[in-house]
Design a protein around this ligand. Sequence first.
Ligand code: ZN
Length: 172
Amino acid sequence: MANRVKEDEKNERIIRSLLKLPENRRCINCNSLGAQYVCTNFWTFVCTTCSGIHREFTHRVKSVSMAKFTSQEVSALQGGGNARAKEIYFKEWDPQRNSVPDSSNVERLRDFIKHVYVDRRYTGERSFDKPSRVKMGETEDPSENRRTDAYQGGSRSPSYEDSYERRYSRQT
Ligand SMILES: [Zn+2]
C-alpha cells in the first residue's frame, strides 16, 4: 500500500514537472495558458475548453489535478507531450495560411480539433486524400483562375453539373 502511494506521488511529481515545460504550459490547440488536462489519445496537454471538445469526439481526457496517472501513462506522457504531438499532428501546419482558433470560439475550436486529430489533415500522411481537382480556391496564382475562366468563355458552373450527376446516380 505504501508503495502504491509512493508511486502515485512520484507520478504526480513527474506530471507537474512536465506541465511546467513551456510547450506543455499552453494548450496545444488554442494556445491558452494553463493547460490542466491531458488527452491520453494523443498525449497532449490541453485547456478545460478543449478537454470538453476532445470528450465530444470520445477522446480520453484526464484532469492533471484530479486524476491518478499510472506509471505507463506517465512514461507515455514523458515521451509525448505537446512538442512531440506538434511534430505529428501539426507537421504540415502552415502558420502563414492557418490560424489557431482562440479558446472563446468553441465552434471553430471544435472544427479545428476535428481537422487536426480526427481527419489528420496536417500529419502529412497519404491516407488523407484531398480531392485536389475539385478544390478551386487552392491555386496560389490568381492569374491561373482568370485563364481558366477565359477558356471556358463564360460563367458555366462546373459544380452544378457535378451535383446533378451525383443526384442522378443516387436515384438509379
Ligand atoms: Zn485549448
